[in-house]
Design a protein around this ligand. Sequence first.
Ligand code: ATP
Length: 236
Amino acid sequence: MLKLDAVHVSYGAIQAIRGVSIQVTQGEVVSIIGANGAGKSTLLKAIVGLEPVAAGDVVFNGESVSGQAAHLRVKLGLALSPEGRRVFPDQTVRENLVMGAYACGLKPPQLAERLEREFQRFVRLRERQNQLAGTLSGGEQQMLAIARALMSDPKLLLLDEPSLGLAPLIIADIFRIIRALRDSGLTILLVEQMANQALAVSDRAYVLETGRITVEGSGKELASNPSVKAAYLGTH
Ligand code: ATP
């Protein structure tokens, strides 16, 4: 479904991504783990069109999307739930969700159907649909960011550090949601610092170190790889 071929991304003189090649097959959950500043967020932004690709190619369902604007990539089926949630704080929960489907140009009945689907999935968001998003708890904002991405009915959902800054019980909820989305057949590319939990839900994973992929394998392989354990799993 997704193929990155020797992708480079730079911020001026800083080469944040240096020749990354990865693949995601339909129905898979694939994780990218790595330390702070490794380039994980930059990679996701390049896939959805929020940062330009300096060299290499991003191919989605057989089509090169490297030159396409972000809103067109949403229409093709790529949706990002960004790091730090980035909900629109002065808009209501409902308005945030409607924004998630904006690029799709839906008619009112289709939009109502999608809203209903997300309210069924995230009951708390239905209860709080008229509340300003900025007044939600961190966990609720994370649910909203995921639901907003799902409003465009993506083929590939990209999740950037969904556990960041949340309490352990809420993190467990977030991973339950990721498992449920996986079980419904959705393809997911997950960036996480909670490497243990990410590997446990992943079919495959990559380790990103200073802009390069250094290790790849199944979730199980990486979870038992000694160097991955020492660097990212807090065990030896
Ligand atoms: P974190 O988990 O801390 O968000 P990350 O793995 O997602 O880390 P990125 O945010 O992608 O890493 O950053 C990769 C590198 O690019 C870092 O050296 C960072 O300082 C740099 N970088 C990121 N965004 C910008 C920007 N807008 N301008 C300049 N440099 C940037």
